[in-house]
Design a protein around this ligand. Structure first.
Ligand SMILES: [Cu+2]
Length: 119
């Protein structure tokens, strides 16, 4: 069974190679991927809110941010304490850092589900 699978895979790879080379030469792969990637990234980037780190409480899994408008939560710019989905998300940031983040309301608390440095 295993030997047969390996053999089948080897035959498939050998058979696929000429086609893969031909497609690459015609840039067929790039044409298919480019628009998809761009269309996928735009909404994610638009959903991120800018913020400045004011305080970090890793033990409690909380961070104080001065944030811009959080559109999906209908929240005006302010300084507030937010929960983070995972305490490890606080490892890469320090007080004073500019960050971009996505927040959602989870169990009644505004929780950061994604955070990255703004630079
Ligand atoms: Cu707020």
């Amino acid at each position: 069974m295993n030997a047969l699978s390996t053999l089948t895979l080897a035959i498939l790879m050998a058979a696929a190679s000429p086609f893969a080379l031909a497609q690459d030469g015609a840039h067929a792969g790039h044409g298919a991927h480019g628009p998809h990637a761009a269309g996928h990234e735009a909404p994610a980037a638009a959903a991120l809110t800018e913020g400045e780190v004011k305080k970090i409480d890793k033990e409690a899994g909380k961070i104080t941010l001065r944030h811009g408008e959080i559109k999906n939560l209908n929240m005006a710019p302010m300084t507030m304490v937010l929960r983070v989905k995972a305490p490890a998300m606080l490892d890469g940031v320090q007080v004073g850092d500019q960050v971009r983040f996505a927040a959602e309301r989870m169990n009644g608390a505004v929780t950061i589900v994604h955070m990255q440095k703004a630079q």
